[in-house]
Design a protein around this ligand. Structure first.
Ligand SMILES: Nc1ncnc2c1ncn2[C@@H]1O[C@H](COP(=O)(O)OP(=O)(O)OP(=O)(O)O)[C@@H](O)[C@H]1O
Ligand SMILES: [Mg+2]
Length: 363
């Protein structure tokens, strides 16, 4: 069992900067949990608290059911991969990987077997005799991951491990990490500010905003049912479109009327909070919830469009009513379309989100 439980923790730097505020999070054994949030929201701070590299001012941390709040990092059964790799420059890859096992006075034969096995897993067997300075960024990153994995820790912590790699290598390493997690089945806690990385890797994502969790859910749930506008903005690229409006409730009918007078029948929308007649709201529409050719039901006009072909999809920057929106189409949907003509579309009413305009929370 390698669960990690963070209970009501507080982290205050130098007695004045309150960075983590009463945070709680329960991570199950074998999860790939991603901590996602903008720069400065406290991701690294939280990871370092879990690792024991930082003391906390309040709360409790448990790993594998044991209270480790006051334990040293070396007694927490964790391994950590840093953004900067932090490899020992004078040691070879083998020396780097063997170091902590040597410190633990493991037998030489055990160390050799463990390093060789891990190197094979990460496809760096040929690099074991080389020093970090002679390796490429991706090879260094593999060596750093290898050094963490040889310890057989039940919990692996990663702080933006791919951020120093170029886009192509980052995608490759992302897939490698996912395979590695499937194979090892240990608990991964992974920090990133890249929402694509989070969506593709995570079993669950904890979205952080200003030292607190905004939502903790599966990637699909975050995408389809964002709990608030912060999460809706942060997850998805291009981002969700927002259109301001008012709700008109009339018996069983609920109509969302935008400021420009466009009407959306949201009678079947599963409101989590009962709205009132005249409620000021924000309608959230994902770029892919617009369709052509139009089916039955209400249609809408997109105007002032500019096309951005991306190969498999085309982004259409345009206006819905008077609001700027970005729509994603299949290229075949736009054949023969000229950018100066208005485009008639239907909108998938099952996929929309409605937020309270004042609190920004999902209704
Ligand atoms: N040693 C420190 N002393 C004082 N404030 C700190 C210290 N370390 C971090 N902070 C502050 O705490 C907040 C959270 O920092 P943290 O490094 O955890 O953010 P992050 O989410 O990892 O950001 P990034 O994505 O840029 O790495 C920031 O406002 C930062 O300025
Ligand atoms: Mg950080």
């Amino acid at each position: 069992m390698s669960t990690v439980s963070v209970k009501n923790i507080d982290k205050v730097y130098q007695g004045k900067t309150h960075v983590l505020k009463d945070l709680s999070l329960a991570i199950e054994s074998g999860e790939f949990l991603v901590l996602l949030g903008p720069s400065g929201c406290g991701k690294t701070t939280l990871l370092n608290c879990i690792a024991g590299l930082l003391d906390i001012e309040g709360g409790r941390i448990e790993i594998a059911g044991k209270d480790v709040t006051n334990k040293d990092p070396s007694d927490r059964e964790i391994a950590m991969v840093f953004q900067s790799y932090a490899l020992y420059p004078t040691k070879t890859v083998y020396g780097n990987m063997a170091f902590c096992l040597r410190m633990k006075k493991k037998p030489k034969s055990f160390i050799d077997k463990k390093v060789q096995e891990t190197a094979e897993l990460l496809q760096i067997s040929e690099l074991l005799h080389r020093k970090p300075a002679t390796l490429s960024g991706g090879q260094r990153q593999r060596a750093a991951i290898g050094r963490a994995l040889v310890r057989d820790a039940a919990v692996c912590l990663f702080d933006e491990p791919l951020s120093n790699l170029d886009a192509k290598l980052r995608t490759e390493m992302r897939i490698e990490l996912k395979k590695l997690h499937n194979k090892l089945k240990s608990t991964f806690i992974y920090v990133t500010h890249d929402q694509v990385e989070a969506m593709t890797l995570a079993t669950r994502i904890a979205v952080m905003d200003g030292g607190q969790f905004s939502q903790i859910s599966t990637p699909d749930e975050l995408y389809e049912h964002p709990a608030n506008m912060f999460v809706a903005r942060f997850i998805g690229s291009p981002a969700m479109n927002f259109v301001a409006g008012t709700l008109r409730l009339d018996g069983a009918k609920s109509i969302l009327v935008t400021q420009e007078g466009l009407e959306f029948d949201v009678s079947h929308y599963p409101f989590v909070v009962r709205p009132s007649n005249g409620h000021q709201v924000v309608l959230g529409l994902r770029p892919e919830s617009f369709h052509r050719p139009t089916g039955k039901g209400a249609t809408y006009q997109l105007t002032n469009g500019i096309l951005e072909p991306l190969g498999a999809t085309v982004l259409y920057y345009c206006q819905l009513g008077g609001t700027d929106v970005v729509v994603s189409f299949n290229p075949s949907d736009l054949q023969g379309v000229k950018t100066d003509q208005a485009l008639e579309v239907s909108i998938d009413l099952d996929a929309l989100s409605i937020f309270d305009a004042a609190t920004e929370l999902r209704l």
